[in-house]
Ligand binder design. Structure first.
Ligand SMILES: C[S@@+](CC[C@H](N)C(=O)[O-])C[C@H]1O[C@@H](n2cnc3c(N)ncnc32)[C@H](O)[C@@H]1O
Length: 241
């Protein structure tokens, strides 16, 4: 697990203040689901919001949203509050969200699970507080059986490593089967993404699938889950879907 200390290093704060506030900063795969699930009046929770860039990105797609960002770095949140006073920012951990079940239409979380070994606990919590959609990105490989853990050097400016956090690649089938066991059972699991070399900060040039997943929350009806991985260069082997 990473902490506020690592994510509040000056170079990280500066990087996320200067980048990832505009649609043009997004990877193409990040633009696939997000505009489709935002609608006028949507209540959105952004987990790991840093200095609030996705508020600006989301309102470019849909100006009328009710946005809440959470993060464990108070330094990042202070910058977010000053820059976007019309949005709401809360200091909290993604593992224990201080919101009722089914509060948000969309719960969004990017660039967190690649540094978080216990993605399951966070995803379960995000699914709990969503009443409709969850979007998260995650690094996947097929057939590795269990999670691969290495180290990610936080090194946004220059050569010096300011801190290290875990770097995590997950087994694609484990992730899909974990999602399909969420309760209530999801209505749909969709994916998009591409294979790419790991960032240099991860000390490896292995190629992994950079996946964005869209999970649509189910209701009481408990029907089967639509699985759409057409745009994902990895298939899921589902046990008992
Ligand atoms: C790599 S930045 C990503 C920022 C933004 N989501 C994006 O995609 O550009 C990760 C952010 O998530 C926050 N973070 C990491 N782990 C967290 C956790 N367990 N709970 C809440 N925030 C977390 C960090 O403080 C940092 O601001």
């Amino acid at each position: 697990m990473s902490t506020a200390k690592e994510w509040s290093k000056q170079s990280v704060i500066d990087y996320y203040y200067q980048h990832r506030h505009d649609v043009s900063d997004l990877y193409p795969s990040e633009k696939v689901f997000l505009p489709r699930v935002l609608f006028p009046g949507a209540k959105v929770l952004d987990v790991g919001c840093a200095s609030g860039g996705f508020f600006n990105i989301m309102r470019t797609f849909e100006p009328n949203i009710e946005y809440t960002g959470i993060d464990l770095s108070e330094v990042a949140l202070e910058l977010a509050r000053n820059r976007y006073p019309e949005a709401k920012f809360v200091l909290t951990e993604g593992f224990d969200l201080p919101f009722e079940d089914n509060t948000f239409d969309l719960v969004h979380c990017t660039s967190i699970f690649n540094n978080e070994p216990n993605y399951q606990a966070m995803l379960k919590e995000m699914y709990r507080v969503s009443n409709r959609f969850v979007i998260a990105d995650i690094r996947l490989l097929k057939g590795i059986g269990k999670q691969q853990n290495s180290i990610y050097n936080i090194q946004f400016e220059g050569d010096s490593v300011e801190a290290t956090v875990p770097y995590v690649v997950n087994d694609a089938d484990e992730v899909a089967n974990f999602i399909l066991r969420l309760e209530p059972k999801p209505k749909a699991l969709r994916g998009t993404g591409y294979f790419h070399r790991l960032a240099k900060e991860a000390e490896s040039d292995a190629e992994v699938c950079m996946a964005i997943l869209l999970v649509q929350k189910g209701g009481r009806e408990n029907g089967s889950t639509v699985i759409d991985t057409e745009d994902l260069p990895i298939d899921f082997s589902i046990s008992g879907a």
